[in-house]
Write a protein that binds this ligand. Structure first.
Ligand SMILES: Nc1ncnc2c1ncn2[C@@H]1O[C@H](COP(=O)(O)OP(=O)(O)OP(=O)(O)O)[C@@H](O)[C@H]1O
Ligand SMILES: [Mg+2]
Length: 236
């Protein structure tokens, strides 16, 4: 862990941060995966805001083009200008550009960075597999190489890497064949894994801590997605 860097980056939900000994793990890959609209991007923005509040910058690689200044303003609420100055946005337009961004990451990350987010790391991968199924093997290898690069960068630059990935509970033929591979690759590299699941109540999601250095078993929380981000709630 860095002497000068942050020790952890809080997610902003007290009980989850407690279970994680303070938040996202520095020097490691942290993964949040789940169904659409389960608050993954919201949580990633929340982490970037908390990182900025501790005086560290975030590189936010927005592969979905869903990062919005409006959402950032709602989540940050105070000191927006200062927080926004600490978040650097990159928007690759295809899987190849995503690879280039990963390869060049060491050039972008100066010592005051605490976090790099890739939201959503599997979007371009998934689109390309759907378009050219024959290239699946090659694309899997490339995804794995990106993960290896990110794991190395997390260690050498002493930052937390946060990845989001979308899964669907109702699978069509394409997802059925590709999704388990992508999820397996991500889970292999991640040292912290949080699954986000929808519930029957709109705006309420279930967060399941599947893996963390000090968590011996799965821990579950219910969270509400609101204007200011994700809040813990005691009941469904
Ligand atoms: N200002 C707000 N107040 C309350 N809820 C909001 C607000 N802005 C967005 N949401 C809700 O947040 C949810 C989407 O969250 P988010 O974009 O973080 O999900 P996601 O898991 O990243 O989705 P995807 O898989 O599509 O990328 C939606 O249900 C949306 O209604
Ligand atoms: Mg999202």
């Amino acid at each position: 862990m860095s002497v000068n860097g942050p020790l952890r980056i809080p997610i902003g939900c007290k009980s989850i941060d407690k279970a994680l000994d303070g938040g996202l793990l520095i020097g490691s890959i942290n993964l949040m995966y789940g169904e659409p609209e389960t608050g993954k991007t919201t949580m990633a923005i929340q982490c970037a805001v908390n990182c900025a509040r501790r005086g560290y910058k975030t590189l936010f690689i927005d592969c979905d083009s869903t990062f919005s200044s409006k959402r950032l303003a709602q989540i940050a609420s105070k000191n927006l200008e200062k927080i926004a100055e600490s978040i650097f946005l990159m928007r690759p337009e295809n899987f190849k550009e995503q690879t280039l961004v990963m390869e060049k990451l060491p050039n972008y990350l100066t010592e005051k960075f605490g976090l790099a987010v890739v939201d959503t790391i599997t979007s371009f991968y998934r689109a390309e597999v759907a378009e050219s199924p024959k290239k699946t093997f090659e694309l899997n290898r490339e995804l794995n190489r990106q993960l290896a690069l990110l794991a190395q960068i997390a260690k050498t630059h002493k930052i937390a890497v946060l990845l989001t990935s979308q899964v669907r509970s109702v699978l069509n033929e394409t997802y059925e064949s590709i999704e388990p591979v992508a999820t397996r690759v991500l889970k292999f590299w991640a040292e912290v894994i949080i699954a986000m699941r929808p519930t029957e109540k709109p705006q309420i999601i279930k967060a399941i801590l599947e893996k963390a250095p000090n968590a011996a078993q799965y821990i579950t929380w219910f969270l509400r997605i609101g204007e200011g981000g994700l809040y813990e709630c005691l009941h469904l």
